[in-house]
Write a protein that binds this ligand. Structure first.
Ligand SMILES: O=P(O)(O)OC[C@H]1O[C@H](OP(=O)(O)OP(=O)(O)O)[C@H](O)[C@@H]1O
Ligand SMILES: Nc1ncnc2[nH]cnc12
Length: 171
C-alpha cells in the first residue's frame, strides 16, 4: 500500500487556497500499481453480484470503468451537465470547492439492478450522495460505494451513512 500511496501527489492550495489536492495521475501512469490498485478496489465486492458500476465524471470514470471490468459488471457513466443527449435524469449537488449537477441517461439502469458507485476521492460526500440519489431515481439498488481515497477530516463518510463504503486510502 505504501508504494501505491507514494504515487498520489499532494498539491497544496489547488484548485483554491486551503485545499490539498490529491493528484492520482502518477498512479495511473504506473502500469503495475494501477493494476494492483484496481484489484484491491475490486476485492471487497467480488461476491456482491455487482451488475453495474456507476462512476462520476471525470476521474471517477478511470477507476469505475476498470473496476467494472474487474468485477464482470457493466459500466454506467454519471456525467456533468450537457454531455449526455436527452432524455436524461439529473441531480444537483455541492462539492468541496464548487457546485455541480450529475446526469444519467434515462433508462440506463434496470429496476432493482445491483449497482456499485465508484469515484476517486470522497471529500464532503456531496458527489457520492448525489450519485446514489441519481441511481435510486433510475430505479436501481445501490449496494455501496468504492473510492480510492477518503479525506477523513471531511464529513463524507458520515454523510454517506450506514451503507457499505470501501476506501483504499485515507488521508
Ligand atoms: O466528496 P465531494 O466533496 O463531493 O468531492 C469529491 C469529488 O470531487 C472531485 O471531482 P471534481 O468535480 O473535482 O471533478 P473531476 O473528476 O472532473 O476532476 C472528485 O473526483 C469527486 O468526484
Ligand atoms: N482534495 C481533493 N483532492 C482531489 N480531488 C478532490 N475532490 C474533492 N476534494 C479533492
Amino acid at each position: 500500500m505504501q508504494k501505491l500511496a507514494s504515487l498520489i501527489r499532494a498539491v497544496p492550495d489547488f484548485p483554491t487556497p486551503g485545499i490539498v489536492f490529491r493528484d492520482v495521475t502518477p498512479l495511473l501512469a504506473d502500469a503495475g500499481e494501477f493494476a494492483r490498485c484496481i484489484a484491491l478496489l475490486a476485492e471487497p465486492w467480488r461476491d456482491a453480484r455487482v451488475q453495474a458500476v456507476c462512476a462520476i465524471e471525470a476521474r471517477g470514470f478511470i477507476f469505475g470503468a476498470a473496476l467494472a471490468t474487474a468485477l464482470g459488471a457493466g459500466f454506467v457513466p454519471l456525467r456533468k451537465p450537457g454531455k449526455l443527449p436527452p432524455p436524461v435524469v439529473a441531480v444537483d449537488y455541492e462539492l468541496e470547492y464548487a457546485r455541480d449537477r450529475l446526469e444519467a441517461r434515462e433508462g440506463a439502469l434496470r429496476a432493482g439492478e445491483r449497482v456499485l458507485i465508484a469515484d476517486d476521492v470522497l471529500a464532503t460526500g456531496g458527489t457520492l450522495c448525489a450519485a446514489r440519489a441519481l441511481v435510486e431515481r433510475l430505479g436501481a439498488t445501490v449496494l455501496g460505494a468504492s473510492v480510492l481515497i477518503e479525506l477523513a477530516a471531511l464529513p463524507g463518510r458520515a454523510r454517506w451513512g450506514n451503507a457499505p463504503l470501501h476506501a483504499l486510502l485515507s488521508y
